[in-house]
Design a binder for this molecule. Structure first.
Ligand SMILES: [Fe+2]
Length: 440
């Protein structure tokens, strides 16, 4: 009965919106009409109330990690035992927990425990709550090479499962997710199901995420506070980068400075996010982190008819900052397709602008964004409406290989790849006299 209870809530939610469809009509009218959706894959919890579930790991600072998990039991302790030998835990850390309520739904106990200091490129074995199943994860390297898996708009369908399998079987150091995780869309048990679906991957490597529109989850009259579930479940290291919000933050890993921006919080010149971004970019030392990578949800450059222009106001507000900082590459999600642009600034090719990539093709229930504008733009170099994921292999301070791996269901096929050269070694772009002439 306890395992059925969450889905009773899903049924009640669905019934509510069937009875009062006008509440969702406004939002639906703004959405791109996609092919019939694929069914949701529900991942049940098979353990006891105190067994950890939805385990995932994130990077915190230079040599720490945060282990997050959920228990149905409110008595389970927020403790992680860990060590470099399986079954032998030489260290232990205690953290904190939180709960949230959403309409009829009450979350399980959401635990967050920071562990470390940890050695780089090392496998740690860990146990959550002082008992039960052992997990393991590998810490990222502190020097090149490093490999990122990048995928947005995951959801939880059979397509998601095969994309995740492709990501997992080839190995990687850190996963970067530019928004739209569970597609719970107010049905909170689907957040739990998503956490269980990704656990085999997110418990083994750090998963670093930013938010998309599907994380907002406000409900007229009933839920005014945005990002309730997302912020409680997917806590990222925002304090460590001087941010006051879990919706935008940055972190260093190996020689890469990664900035996660929030497309669905204020970004205008007077906003906290803008000021934080300005300060964060000013502190970037390209000698220490030659690569500068940004992730956000709604793409600033897009030749798909889906979500056309939705990133435009953010682009107008922030593009100048990224350009002047010589950001190497910007990854976005939202559009359920793959697209790679040349180096761009202000709607024109520019050798000192970032490469823009849309990678919103994880496999969610809404299906693909099949229609690209015709004719295309000379800025767009490769575009295809297929599921898949990307990999950024940063070999050294100058060169990285970007590849897009199409999900052919049973196989992962490299359908696009290109070498990137960091702008940090571009004599033209890093010349102070060139930078002084940048038009912002
Ligand atoms: Fe989205």
């Amino acid at each position: 009965m306890e395992r059925i209870l969450p889905y009773v809530h899903v049924f009640l939610f669905s019934l509510f919106f069937i009875c009062f469809p006008q509440i969702l009509q406004l939002q639906a009218s703004l959405e791109y009409t996609r092919p019939p959706p694929r069914s949701i894959k529900i991942t049940p919890h098979l353990g006891s109330d105190s067994d950890p579930q939805q385990v995932h790991v994130s990077v915190v600072g230079r040599d720490h990690a945060r282990v997050s998990w959920i228990t149905d039991s409110k008595k389970a302790p927020s403790i992680v035992d860990y060590g470099k030998i399986s079954g032998k835990y030489e260290a232990s850390a205690t953290g904190e927990h939180e709960l949230y309520h959403y309409f009829f739904y009450s979350s399980g106990k959401i635990h967050h425990v920071k562990i470390g200091p940890l050695k780089p490129s090392t496998t740690y074995y860990y146990r959550c709550g002082g008992t039960g199943q052992e997990f393991s994860f590998k810490t990222p390297p502190t020097t090149f090479p490093i490999e990122f898996a990048i995928v947005g708009d995951l959801g939880q369908t059979e397509w998601t499962a095969s994309t995740l399998a492709h990501i997992g079987e080839a190995g990687y150091d850190v996963l970067l997710l530019p928004g739209d995780l569970s597609y719970a869309d107010t049905q909170q048990p689907l957040w739990d199901s998503f956490g269980r679906l990704v656990q085999p991957y997110a418990s083994r490597r750090p998963w670093m995420v930013t938010q998309g529109n599907h994380e907002v989850e406000t409900l007229p009259i009933f839920v005014h506070k945005a990002f309730k579930a997302y912020n409680a479940r997917w806590r990222m290291p925002f304090e460590e980068s001087g941010s006051s919000s879990n919706l935008y933050y940055s972190f260093n890993v190996a020689g890469v400075h990664i900035i996660m921006l929030g497309s669905y919080t204020d970004f205008d010149v007077a906003s906290d996010q803008y000021k934080w971004l300005q300060a964060d970019l000013a502190m970037v030392d390209r000698g220490r982190t030659p690569w500068l990578v940004v992730l956000l949800h709604a793409p600033w450059y897009n030749t798909n008819t889906a979500h056309e222009g939705e990133g435009e106001s953010m682009r107008k507000a922030m593009e100048g900052l990224l350009y002047q900082a010589r950001v190497d590459v910007v990854f976005a999600g939202h559009v359920h397709a793959y697209e790679r642009f040349t180096r761009v600034y202000n709607n024109d090719t520019n050798q000192c602008g970032p490469v823009y990539v849309t990678i919103g093709d994880g496999g969610n229930r809404e299906g693909l964004a099949l229609t690209f504008k015709d004719p295309s733009s000379n800025l767009s170099l490769f575009r295809e409406a297929s599921f898949g994921h990307g990999r950024l292999r940063v070999f050294n301070q100058t060169h990285a290989l970007w590849s897009w791996h199409r999900n052919n269901d049973t196989e992962s096929i490299v359908a696009d790849q290109v070498w990137l050269e960091s702008l940090s070694v571009s004599s033209v772009c890093m010349d102070p006299s060139t930078s002084a002439n940048d038009e912002l």
